[in-house]
Structure formats: structure tokens, C-alpha cells
Design a binder for this molecule. Structure first.
Ligand code: HEC
Length: 147
């Protein structure tokens, strides 16, 4: 009985661990991602000559501190996450897209900044589908070394 409980605990731990494993955003198709990105284009632009719109420019967002695209008026929530160590990686964007507000609040809370985990992000869009997230991130990544 006891042994079974330990095994169950180990399995639960292992499967919850994979949700944060490195490289979880890998395996996307940038060509498919370009199609998905059309949904993002309601608010975002990416690539040469991209400008801030309703949302910040996403050129170079991978490796960029959260809330720092020049000239964009971010929410406090988005800025505070960056000021407390959020630098966008493929995996973090993958975790962010299904629920940006919850992600930013959890990030700040995990950093011991629950007092800053208030308000709402202006990024109201949610992308739940796992493969679509991988594909759109693969597309965004093709612009990651650019400013
Ligand atoms: C309805 C408009 C809208 C759509 C659609 C949208 N976004 Fe956003 N996004 C925003 C806004 C506004 C912000 C700034 C959030 C803030 O200041 O709280 C943002 C922020 C972001 C950030 C953080 C940028 C930074 O500099 O910190 C990422 C990453 C992002 N969006 C990715 C995406 C992706 C990928 C898609 C498509 C799958 C998408 N967004 C669709 C409005 C949108």
C-alpha cells in the first residue's frame, strides 16, 4: 500500500515536471507558424520595419526582457515581470500563450513578488493549442537575432 503511494507520487511528480522541462517548445514548423501568426497580426508586427501597434513589436522578442520594446506603453504587470527577471525564451513564450495574465502573475508570485502580481496584462489573446504554439514560436524565432 505504502509502496503504491510512493509510485503514484513519483509518477505525478514526473509528469508535472515535464510541463516545465527545457525544450518543450521545440518541434515547430515556421511555415505553419507564419499562418498562425496572422492571428497575432491583429495586434503585433514582426520583421523588417515592424512598428508597435496595439501590441509591441515582436522582432527580437526571444532573448528580450519582458516589457522592453522601445516606445511601447506596457501594463505594469508585463513591465514588473521583466524587472524581476523575465527574459523571453521559446519555452517561456510557450507557457505564456495559453493564459498570459495567469503566467505573469505566477511568474511574479514565484519570485516572491506577490504584491506586484496585480492588475491585468493588455495581451488579451490566448493560444491554447500546443502544436500551434510550437509552430508560431518557430516562426517568431526566425526573427530572434534581429532588433
Ligand atoms: C488583441 C491583441 C493581441 C493579439 C491578437 C496578440 N497579442 Fe501579444 N500582446 C498584446 C499586447 C497589448 C501586449 C502588451 C501586453 C501588456 O503591456 O501587458 C502583448 C504582449 C505580447 C508578448 C510580450 C512582449 C514583451 O515585449 O514583453 C508576447 C511574447 C506576445 N504578446 C505574443 C503574442 C503572440 C505570439 C500572439 C499570437 C499567437 C499574440 N501575442 C497575439 C496584444 C495582442
Amino acid at each position: 500500500m505504502r509502496k503504491a503511494a510512493i509510485i503514484v507520487a513519483a509518477v505525478v511528480f514526473a509528469s508535472s515536471g515535464t510541463a516545465f522541462a527545457a525544450g518543450e517548445a521545440a518541434g515547430g514548423d515556421p511555415a505553419k507558424g507564419e499562418q498562425i501568426f496572422k492571428q497575432c497580426m491583429t495586434c503585433h508586427r514582426i520583421g523588417p520595419g515592424a512598428k508597435n501597434m496595439v501590441g509591441p513589436v515582436l522582432t527580437g522578442v526571444i532573448g528580450r526582457q519582458s516589457g522592453t520594446a522601445p516606445g511601447f506603453a506596457y501594463s505594469d504587470l508585463n513591465k514588473h515581470a521583466g524587472e524581476n527577471g523575465l527574459v523571453w525564451s521559446e519555452d517561456l513564450i510557450f507557457q505564456y500563450l495559453p493564459d498570459p495574465n495567469a503566467f505573469l502573475k505566477k511568474f511574479l508570485t514565484d519570485k516572491g513578488k506577490a504584491d506586484l502580481a496585480t492588475g491585468t496584462t493588455k495581451m488579451t489573446f490566448k493560444l491554447a493549442n500546443e502544436q500551434q504554439r510550437k509552430d508560431v514560436i518557430a516562426y517568431i524565432k526566425t526573427f530572434s537575432d534581429k532588433k
